[in-house]
Write a protein that binds this ligand. Structure first.
Ligand code: 13P
Length: 342
C-alpha cells in the first residue's frame, strides 16, 4: 500500500469536486501545431505560452469550474509574461496542475491496426521531478481502435498492464494517476459494439490495477463515452448514450474510484456537454461523473483567438462559457437554452 494514501485520496476528491472538471491542455507539440494550423497561427514557443496563459488566467471560470489542468512537459516549465510560472498561475486559481507522462501510442508488435502506449522507462525519476515542479496528478492514455477483428484481448491486456504500472509509479511519487483507456470513436460500428469493447477494456484495466496493488481511491478514470462509431449509419440519441454508458460503468467500475472524467474524443462541444448532463440526470451513481475535455473546451476559444492579441478577451469569454456549461452538466443542471447566452 502506498505511503501517500491520505494525500492521494484528498487530491483525487478535489479533482472531482462538485460542478468542476478538468481542462486537458496537454496537447503534444505535434497536436498543438495541428490546432494552431487550423487558425493560421504559428506554433512557436511564445504563442503556445500566450495561448495557454490566457486560458489559465480566465480567472472566474478557472476558480468555479476547473479543478485541474493537464499540462505537457513544456508548459509545466514555462513562465508567464510577468515571470510567474504557469504552474503557479494555475495554483493561484485554486486548480491543481497535472502532467501528461506517456510518450505516445506506437504500433503494437505484429498486430496491424493496434497500438501500445510507451513511456515507462525512467518514469520513476520523471515523476520525482514533476512532483518537484508542482504536478499533483498525471495522465496516461491508451488507444484502443475498433475494426474487423480488433481490438484483440492481447492489445487490451498489454495496454492495461502499462496503465497499471504507470499508476503504481505515480502513487509511489504522491501523484494521482488519471488512467485513460480511450476506445476511439472512428469507424462504422454500432453503439453495442462500443459497449462491448469499452466493457472489455475496463475489465482488463481493473484486473491489472489490482495486480499492481494500485489504490483505487487514489485513481481517476478518464474514459470514452459509449457511442455509435462516427460513421455508423445509425447514431444513438444522447439518452441512449447516457443509459448505455452508465450501464457499462456500473458493470465494470468499482465504487472505490472517486470519479470518472470523460474525454470528448471528437464530439462537438454541445454533444459533449449534453451527454454528460444526460448521464448526471440518472440517479444513484457511485462515483462523480465529470469532464476532462480538450477539444470540447478549447475549440471555441481557439477559433475566437485566431492568434491575435486583440481577440484574447472574446477567446476567454468563449472558454468561460464552455467551462460553465460543462460545470452545470457535471451536476445535471445544464439546459440547451443556456447555449444561446454566450
Ligand atoms: P479530447 O477531449 O479532445 O478528446 O482530449 C482529451 C484528452 O486529454 C485526450 O487524451
Amino acid at each position: 500500500m502506498t505511503a501517500h494514501a491520505q494525500e492521494l485520496r484528498q487530491i483525487a476528491q478535489k479533482m472531482v469536486a462538485t460542478g468542476k472538471g478538468i481542462l486537458a491542455a496537454d496537447e503534444s507539440s505535434g497536436t498543438i501545431k495541428k490546432r494552431f494550423d487550423s487558425i493560421n497561427t504559428e506554433s512557436s514557443e511564445q504563442n503556445r505560452r500566450d495561448y495557454r496563459e490566457f486560458l489559465f488566467r480566465t480567472t472566474h471560470a478557472m476558480k468555479n469550474h476547473i479543478s485541474g489542468v493537464i499540462l505537457f512537459d513544456e508548459t509545466l516549465r514555462q513562465k508567464a509574461a510577468d515571470g510567474t510560472s504557469l504552474c503557479q498561475v494555475i495554483c493561484d486559481t485554486g486548480a491543481i496542475p497535472g502532467i501528461k507522462v506517456d510518450t505516445g501510442a506506437k504500433d503494437l508488435a505484429d498486430s496491424p491496426g493496434e497500438k501500445i502506449t510507451e513511456g515507462l522507462d525512467g518514469l520513476r525519476e520523471r515523476f520525482a521531478e514533476y512532483h518537484e515542479l508542482g504536478a499533483r496528478f498525471a495522465k496516461w492514455r491508451a488507444v484502443i481502435n475498433i475494426g474487423p477483428g480488433i481490438p484483440t484481448q492481447h492489445c487490451l491486456n498489454a495496454n492495461a498492464h502499462a496503465l497499471a504500472r504507470y499508476a503504481a509509479l505515480a502513487q509511489e511519487a504522491g501523484i494521482v494517476p488519471i488512467v485513460e483507456p480511450e476506445v476511439i470513436m472512428d469507424g462504422d460500428h454500432d453503439i453495442d459494439r462500443c459497449f462491448d469493447v469499452t466493457s472489455a477494456a475496463l475489465k482488463a484495466l481493473f484486473n491489472a490495477l489490482e495486480e499492481q496493488n494500485v489504490m483505487l481511491e487514489g485513481v481517476i478514470l478518464k474514459p470514452n463515452m459509449v457511442l455509435s462509431g462516427s460513421t455508423c449509419a445509425v447514431q444513438a440519441s444522447d439518452e441512449e448514450i447516457a443509459e448505455k454508458t452508465i450501464q457499462c460503468f456500473k458493470e465494470n467500475v468499482p465504487s472505490a474510484i472517486p470519479g470518472i472524467v470523460f474525454l470528448s474524443g471528437g464530439q462537438s462541444d454541445k454533444q459533449a456537454t449534453s451527454r454528460l448532463n444526460a448521464m448526471n440526470k440518472i440517479a444513484d451513481l457511485p462515483w462523480k461523473l465529470s469532464f476532462s475535455y480538450g477539444r470540447a473546451l478549447q475549440a471555441a476559444p481557439l477559433k475566437a483567438w485566431c492568434g491575435k492579441v486583440e481577440n484574447v478577451n472574446s477567446a476567454q469569454s468563449a472558454f468561460a462559457h464552455r467551462a460553465r456549461m460543462n460545470g452545470l452538466a457535471a451536476c445535471g443542471n445544464w439546459e440547451s437554452s443556456m447555449e444561446t447566452s454566450s
